[in-house]
Design a protein around this ligand. Structure first.
Ligand code: GAR
Length: 193
């Protein structure tokens, strides 16, 4: 049975989608550990409720970033994951982390490849739509490289934007697509292992 590590920073609704798929027998992997960068993230409670080991690893104030990446990599590696899944993980990971899991770190991002990297991607897409710059946004899961929210896409799905909808409405529809896509990406990458 393959193993994944899921890294989160907040609500953890995408973690929940993975938990639900594993529990339903639709995703044949074990969530070996959940790491949260925030102690009070709701995703921590979701993991605890599912009986998954949880590690809380906040970025210490003014700490050496390479050292944090090394310590994080040590914790994640100790669970021997086949794939590291960033599901709403909001810290940038450098080479000290990425080089420990070559090609085996994926990230969920609420935009199409090349569009709206960084935070508030859905809000920025909504604003760009109303400026007439785009007609749709999307969701992607991509392999993680040093550049933020870049790296080759594993799966991507466009999401239309409707004229009369609020940012909250768009966010809700984007999250629904994410919940399917994150499971599909893990299944695709680990399906044969
Ligand atoms: C998701 O929308 C995810 O795509 C986004 O954070 C949210 C986490 O939601 N990630 C990024 O913006 C990464 N740049 P969740 O905590 O409910 O899974």
């Amino acid at each position: 049975m393959s193993r994944i590590a899921v890294l989160i920073s907040g609500n953890g609704s995408n973690l929940q989608a993975l938990i639900d798929s594993v529990e339903a027998g639709d995703l044949a992997t074990e969530i070996a550990v959940v790491v949260s960068s925030q102690a009070d993230a709701f995703g921590v409670q979701r993991a605890q409720r599912a009986g998954i080991p949880v590690k809380v690893m906040p970025l210490p104030d003014g700490d050496d970033r390479d050292r944090f990446d090394r310590e994080l990599a040590d914790v994640v590696a100790s669970y021997q994951p086949d794939l590291v899944v960033l599901a709403g993980w909001m810290l940038i990971l450098g080479a000290e982390f990425l080089d420990r899991f070559p090609d085996d770190v994926i990230n969920l991002h609420p935009a199409m490849p090349g569009a709206f990297p960084g935070t508030d991607a859905i809000k920025r897409a909504h604003a760009a739509f109303h400026r007439g710059e785009i007609k749709r946004t999307g969701v992607m899961v991509h392999r993680v490289v040093a550049e933020v929210d870049a790296g080759p896409a594993v799966v991507a799905e466009p999401v239309p934007i409707f004229q009369d909808e609020s940012v909250a409405d768009l966010e809700e529809r984007v999250h629904l697509v994410e919940h399917n896509l994150i499971v599909a990406a893990v299944d695709l990458l680990l399906g044969d292992s």
